[in-house]
Design a protein around this ligand. Sequence first.
Ligand SMILES: [Zn+2]
Length: 647
Amino acid sequence: MTPFRPALRPALRPLATAVLSLTLAASAWALDDDFDSDNPPAAAAAGGATAARSDPRYVWDLSTLFKDDAAWEAERVALLAEAPQLAALREGFGRDAASLRAALDRLSAVNQRLRRLWTYASAQASTDNRNPRNQERSGQARALGGQLSSATAWVDGAIRALGGERIEAFLRAEPGLARHRVRLQEAQRLARHQLTPEAETALAALAPTMGATTQIRTLLVTTDIDWPTITVDGQPVRVDDIGYQRLRTHPDRTVRQQAFDAFFKTYARFQGSLGAALAQRVELGVANARLRQHASAVAASLAADAIPESVYRTLVTETNKALPTLHRYLKLRQRLLKLPDLAYHDIYPDIVKPPRRYTPEDAAELTLASVAPLGAAYQKQLREALGARTMHVYPAPGKSSGAYQSGIYGQVPLIFLNHQETFASVSTYTHEWGHGMHTLLANGAQPFETAGYPLFLAEIAAFTHELLLADHMQKTAKTREERIFYLGEAIERIRGAFFRQAMFAEFELATHDAVQRGEALSGTRMTRQFCELLRKYHGADAGVTHIDPVVCTEWAFIPHFHRPFYVYQYATSMAAATHFSQQLLTGSDAARNTYLGILRSGGSRHPVPLLKDAGLDMDSPRPYQALVRHMERLMDELEALLQANPA
Ligand SMILES: [Zn+2]
């Protein structure tokens, strides 16, 4: 089965890894969307509606998962008792088609129950991290996942040992095996990258030490570094990751500049240790690729979803060709902000004042209206899901930041938000419900074993929702100012989700390629490499954006670099979503059926050929060229509005 590698907040990731190493079919998992750390932190919630926040409409009801904590605990104990029995399945595994089916069915059933158990525990933990019982329950779920993983670590090897011919014969003889076909074939496909059982056991034993680089970075950044404080509007503000993200949108340029200066100078002081930690992560990727006979670290990472390395490299090449479009936007931003020049700290503030505030009810209404191109049945299913009380809407003390969707096979997914009544919150709302509808459609069309979709597809559904919302807002805007606002938001979203993520992707490629050539990495070198990319992407040589060398330690701020070759999927998905949303907006039934077919396919096919059959070749320049044309059109419209009545 294609392992589903979700974007989880670091705190959740170790468990997910443990659960997923069970390697049974993945049901849609929690997706976290603070991918660029660009979601504003939750603490500074918008005013108003405070009394309504404990309203049951805004707090999810987890009793559909487990009646109460006691029921959860009973299930945990029952699942724990399964471990020795799962280990015992090894005896006689695949003796004949019927016994193979029985064993795989059993493993699937346990996996499904484990996911349910973990979903409940993680949902509770993310809404109140301060509650020790929540922490304990997460820990117990994590430990259980580890035990069940250990008990079933033999399964892939046993499948490979059966051999392709025998497996095909079994599939013919036993129709009930069909739901496990993908899992059986994937184990075969990845067989040549497996080491001997002894080597795999040794690596598995070392695995806990291999994740240490993320932990080192997290501890440094959240605990050890003494972040500076600056005075803003008469108040002291600590410029740590959260303070920086808040201040970078500040309307006063001097404040932004001070914040950038204080923040990145602090990272510069720690670039030696942060660089060593990241270099180790890169070296690990290169070593792993060599051991497992992959052409490169990027190829090894992409192999899990059978994505050709050329897809990644095409994205980088095409983004480089598209940089004049980004530079056009940056100049437009300078003009709208009425600045004499543009610096890196001018990229985040709003270009015009937001027209209004948006309640969760507004977000629901706008989302429902904007998905009209997906058809009446889709709208109806979404409307019903929105009424199912599976959302946790407002920020709260102890609640995690960001947003995610957590799929549960057979019921409406959980949607975790930190709604702040901004337009960005509406975008996040529709984004998460894009994931939610993907989960519902895949669950409706696939058995549990192939319902979980790969990340390469996941963000397409979410961004398609966002792009349909952007189109709806532009079309229904009542005033010139509103139109300028929504056009600006749409263009800025493409910068953040496409260009910025592609720049990160290029940085990851550069660091890994350097190690592959036998060169040494260090924090200083990474800062130099990042500087070159920042200058290139933002047109520093052509005078588009001034890049103060102090901001070149930004790489140290991006936690996702410790999860190599992951963020590129935001860029590829934004390109693919641009294609599909434009097709959908033509109103063609064929386009709608093609798109919904992708969502319904879940994880039953590899994503690149699936998209190719749907008319989108991610290995060609076309999706990226289409995105660039779309962004140019939005800028044409924006400029025409400014021309008609100069701002
Ligand atoms: Zn997402």
